[in-house]
Structure formats: structure tokens, C-alpha cells
Ligand binder design. Structure first.
Ligand code: NIG
Ligand code: FE
Length: 417
């Protein structure tokens, strides 16, 4: 057993302590914030959360971290990113401002297609060098666990190349990374010519890519961009059913821009998460309730695309659907590396309470990755994944719009670089 470390002198400790599963309804409204408590960490796990004097007496030889009256929280879980890409797509941002729509840009060969051309031309080493500082920057805002999708390769070789980059990043970084295979992120341009060619690509995803990715342990989840003009509900069902047969967990980009039955499909398949949902229908909300699927909301995406609409967060909570929050970090629709910005948008745009936003960014984010038994809360037995913020009151975390309040992050008890 290694020596313990005591985190002392925090003005508040946001523990989110409770069951190691997704929180629903009123449970989301309680982030279990405590004052005057210390946190003891041993062997990479939370050993105790309790009265400062008591823990000082119990862990007399412990190393100490002075939280200097800051706010200590569970490190955030960013359960939806597309961090493996090459160049930014700044020109498209301006094109949208001039009136061109996201899907229209894609129809003209831009959007995801532009990132695909770019990624295919880059080496694994080059992609690794680009992704490393991005993940460090994201982590520095308070994040300890990041889901990372492939999806800009769209050939067996280029999807595997992307997932190998994630594996190399995991070998270098103390962050916990969760790789997701998103070979069905777009229909590659070379397969858009005819329905036979399109079918051929879906067959490749199902018969070649998924078996290989699963066999080599390159991904834990499989995701599909189910959207009008991209993958249909039937295609998405075929791909995710194959993924499940190969032991992958299921995620779905569902009802981001149009209500096309994505939420219903995610519920039918009992997917771990249904993500986006800005256009989800009432039927979709009803389907998700009771399916055990986490609704992962990505408010930065709608903001960046200049859309007035956001996912119906309150209706989802009222229906008993657990909400998670994530950045959706990607070069097209959400080029942000700030998790606290997402918390701000969750309060101002999705109208969550601060406690709901914090629970969505920690425990429920972990649940969206099947990790709620391991991370997302400061309670004995959970991984010692913590973030310290320069603030007195936890409500300041979403309040200081665009500020950099995070001072330090620890994963499994070890400080992140
Ligand atoms: O989550 N919608 C699909 N995927 C991303 C956007 C990807 C891109 O435009 O490069 C999203 O918004
Ligand atoms: Fe996405």
C-alpha cells in the first residue's frame, strides 16, 4: 500500500457521491456539495471523504495538497469527441455565416468529406502530434476521461490508423481515453454514386471494419451518424447490430439536425448513449425513457452552428432520461477544448441547474461510457480523478464565461502534466 495523499483546505468539495450509475430525475439535482471536508487518496483510489481533523488524525503520514480555498470536483468526463483530425475548417464557419447550411456544405464535398481527404493524406505520427496537445488542452480545463472517435478515415486502413493514434495517446497520457469506432460517420464520396456502391460501404463496415476493430481491441464502442442524408435508421441498425455481435458497446449520433428516428433506434437497441438530440421528437423522448440509454447533450455544437434550437433537456429529465454533457470537440461543428464552456451553455441554453450540469458532466458522463462504477464521483473506492478550480463557490464553474479556472487535474491520484 502506498502512502496516502490528503486534499485539504478546499472551500467546497463537489462529491457527486451516490450510486455508481446514471442519475435520473431529481437525483440529478443533487451534486452532494460539502464544505469543511478533506479527501484522502491512496493507491489511485479515493480512500475517504470526511471531516478535515478526523482525516488528518487518521492519515498522519500522508502527503498534503493545499486546495487554497478552491473548489474540488470529480474530474469531468468528456464522453463525445472527434479529436483525431488534421486541419481546422475555419472557412466553413464563415461560409455558414453567409447563409450556407452545414448539410449543403457537405453536399458540395466539404464538411466531414474535407476532413476525410485531409486525414487520409496524413501519417499516424502526424495525427498523433496534432492530437496530443489538443487532449492536454482539454484536460487542463478539468477533464480526466475522454471518449475519442475515429470517423475521418472511412476506409479500413484510415479508420485503423485513427484508432491506433488513440491507442498511442493512451500509452503516453495519464488521461483515461475511451476509443470509439465511427466508420459510419459519412458515406465516403467514392461510395455516393449509386445505391449499390453505398450498400457496398455499409457491408465493408459490417463485415470488414467492425470485426477487425473488435478483434484487435481498437475500440470499446461503435457509433453511427444517423441523419437524413447520411445513414438511415435501417443502415444504422445493421451496423450497430453487427457491432454488438462483436462485443462493442453502442452509441448513436441521433436526431442532431432532423427528427429521423435516431432516438427511437438507440432505445430499441438499448444503446449506452444517444447523442445530440437537438431535433428529437416527443416519441423519441418517450422511447428513451425507460431504455436505460444516456442522452448526451452537446450544446456547444448548436451554438457554433448558429442554430437557435437546443435539445429539450428539461423534457428529457422530466421523462426520467439521464443526461450527460460533452464537448463534441471536432473541426466542423464544435471546435472547443473547454469543458467548463459546455457547463456554462448547459445552464444558459439548456436551462439546467448548476448541480444538474455538474452531475451530467461527471457521473452521467461516466455512465455514457459504461464507467459509472469507476469514475465521476468523489466517494470511497472510486478512481481518484479530481479537478481543482480557482473559485470559492461551485456555481462559479459555469458562471465565469470562457474563463480558465482549472488549476490542476489528477487521474488515478497522479497529477496530470
Ligand atoms: O457531432 N454530426 C456528425 N459529427 C460531428 C461533426 C463532424 C464534422 O463536421 O466534422 C458532430 O457534430
Ligand atoms: Fe459528434
Amino acid at each position: 500500500m502506498s502512502a496516502a495523499t490528503l486534499f485539504l483546505n478546499a472551500s467546497e468539495v463537489v462529491t457527486c457521491a451516490g450510486p455508481g450509475r446514471a442519475r435520473v430525475g431529481r437525483e440529478m439535482a443533487d451534486a452532494a456539495v460539502r464544505s469543511g471536508v478533506a479527501v484522502a487518496v491512496q493507491d489511485g483510489l479515493i480512500a475517504a471523504v470526511g471531516d478535515e481533523r478526523e482525516l488528518r488524525a487518521r492519515y498522519r503520514k500522508a502527503a498534503e495538497v493545499d486546495c487554497a480555498q478552491g473548489v474540488l470536483t470529480p474530474a469531468f468526463v468528456d464522453s463525445h469527441t472527434h479529436a483525431i483530425f488534421g486541419a481546422p475548417r475555419a472557412a466553413e464557419h464563415e461560409l455558414r455565416a453567409s447563409g450556407l447550411d452545414y448539410m449543403e456544405i457537405a453536399r458540395r464535398g466539404g464538411g466531414i468529406h474535407a476532413s476525410v481527404r485531409d486525414l487520409r493524406a496524413r501519417s499516424e505520427d502526424a495525427l498523433y502530434e496534432l492530437a496530443l496537445p489538443r487532449l492536454l488542452a482539454l484536460s487542463a480545463t478539468g477533464v480526466g476521461t475522454v471518449e475519442v472517435k475515429s470517423g475521418y478515415g472511412l476506409t479500413l486502413e484510415d479508420e485503423v490508423k485513427s484508432l491506433r493514434v488513440v491507442a498511442r495517446l493512451q500509452a503516453t497520457l495519464p488521461l483515461r481515453l475511451v476509443p470509439t469506432f465511427l466508420g459510419a460517420h459519412e458515406i465516403p464520396l467514392e461510395h455516393r454514386g449509386s445505391s449499390a456502391s453505398r450498400r457496398e460501404y455499409v457491408e465493408q463496415v459490417v463485415h470488414d471494419m467492425i470485426p477487425l476493430v473488435a478483434r484487435e481491441g481498437l475500440a470499446q464502442f461503435c457509433d453511427v451518424f444517423c441523419e437524413t442524408g447520411v445513414y438511415s435508421v435501417e443502415e444504422s441498425r445493421a451496423i450497430l447490430t453487427a457491432a454488438r455481435q462483436h462485443g462493442l458497446g453502442l452509441k448513436l449520433h441521433a436526431d442532431e439536425l432532423t427528427a429521423c428516428g435516431g432516438a427511437e433506434l438507440a432505445a430499441e437497441l438499448r444503446a449506452t448513449s444517444a447523442d445530440h438530440l437537438a431535433a428529437v421528437s416527443d416519441d423519441g423522448v418517450r422511447a428513451l425513457a425507460g431504455a436505460g440509454t444516456v442522452a448526451t447533450l452537446l450544446p456547444a455544437t448548436m451554438l457554433f452552428l448558429g442554430k437557435a434550437r437546443q435539445a429539450p433537456a428539461r423534457a428529457l429529465i422530466d421523462a426520467g432520461v439521464p443526461l450527460a454533457l460533452a464537448t463534441d470537440f471536432n473541426p466542423g461543428t464544435s471546435p472547443t477544448l473547454s469543458f467548463p464552456l459546455v457547463l456554462t451553455l448547459a445552464v444558459s441554453q439548456l436551462r439546467l441547474s448548476v448541480a444538474e450540469a455538474l452531475v451530467a458532466g461527471t457521473v452521467n458522463g461516466a455512465a455514457a461510457l459504461g464507467l459509472a462504477h469507476e469514475t465521476g464521483q468523489l466517494a470511497p473506492g472510486f478512481s481518484a480523478d479530481l479537478a481543482l478550480f480557482h473559485a470559492r463557490d461551485h456555481r462559479e464553474l459555469p458562471y465565469w464565461l470562457g474563463a480558465r479556472l482549472c488549476e490542476r487535474v489528477w487521474i488515478r491520484g497522479k497529477p496530470c502534466p
